[in-house]
Structure formats: C-alpha cells, structure tokens
Design a protein. Structure first.
Length: 101
C-alpha cells in the first residue's frame, strides 16, 4: 500500500512537472513573440521617422534649388532691364543732342 501511494505521488509530481514545463515553454514562446513584435514596431517607427526626415531634406533641397533658380532669373531680368534702360538713356541723349544741334 505504501509503495502504491509513493508511486501515485511520483506520477502526480511528474504530471505537475510536465504541466509546469509546458506552461513555462508556452510563456517563453509568448514572451519571445511579444519581444519580436516590439522590435518590429520600433523598427517600423524608426524607418517611418527616417523616411519623413528624408522627405523633409528633399523638400528643403528642392526649395533651395527653386530659390537659386529664381535668384538667377531675377539677375537675368535685372540685367535685361539695365540694358533696356541704358539703351533708352542713350537714345534720349542722342535725341537731346540732335535737338540741340
């Protein structure tokens, strides 16, 4: 009878160890899955921030390029206006000289 009780006790302990082992393995697997999900989340967030920063840099470069083009066009326009003004002044001076003669 004592041997039977000890055998039952041993079997119960083995079942308990097995259940605890399975539960522990399941919990570890779940923790690993959560850890992987967290890593993926932070990776995606970092990639999104990098993409936004790259877009901002591209937009800034484009704006700077556009402003440089605009400045160049303004210089050309000012040069054209200056030449037109000089032509007009020369024509006016010539007309004044012709009128004074």
């Amino acid at each position: 009878r004592e041997k039977e009780i000890l055998e039952k006790k041993k079997l119960a302990q083995n079942r308990l160890d097995a259940v605890v082992g399975l539960a522990r393995a399941g919990a570890l697997a779940e923790m690993e899955a959560i850890k992987q999900e967290e890593e993926n989340f932070y990776l995606a967030r970092r990639q999104e921030k990098n993409a936004l920063a790259e877009e901002a840099r591209d937009a800034k470069r484009k704006h700077e390029d556009d402003m440089a083009k605009q400045r160049a066009q303004n210089k050309v326009k000012r040069g054209d206006v200056r030449r037109e003004t000089e032509k007009a002044m020369k024509a006016k001076e010539a007309a004044e000289q012709a009128a004074s003669v």
